[in-house]
Design a protein around this ligand. Structure first.
Ligand SMILES: [Zn+2]
Length: 64
């Protein structure tokens, strides 16, 4: 039996490294909607296939 309870979602090490680009605060993984949410400003970053997409915060509907 694998002694590893982080098989779902993002590994803790990743959460440790990742910071909100805006304020360098820590991020929190929200499993229910697959987003990383900044503990400081509350910006949610989508996670696609276990890869956090830090360039497209779900702030609004901006598209360039
Ligand atoms: Zn932030």
């Amino acid at each position: 039996m694998p002694d590893n309870h982080t098989e779902d979602g993002l590994p803790d090490i990743l959460l440790d490294i990742l910071r909100c680009p805006a304020d360098k605060a820590k991020l929190e993984y929200h499993e229910e909607d697959d987003t990383l949410v900044c503990t400081e400003c509350g910006t949610a970053y989508p996670v696609e296939g276990n890869i956090p997409v830090m360039l497209n915060p779900k702030h609004g509907n901006e598209e360039e």
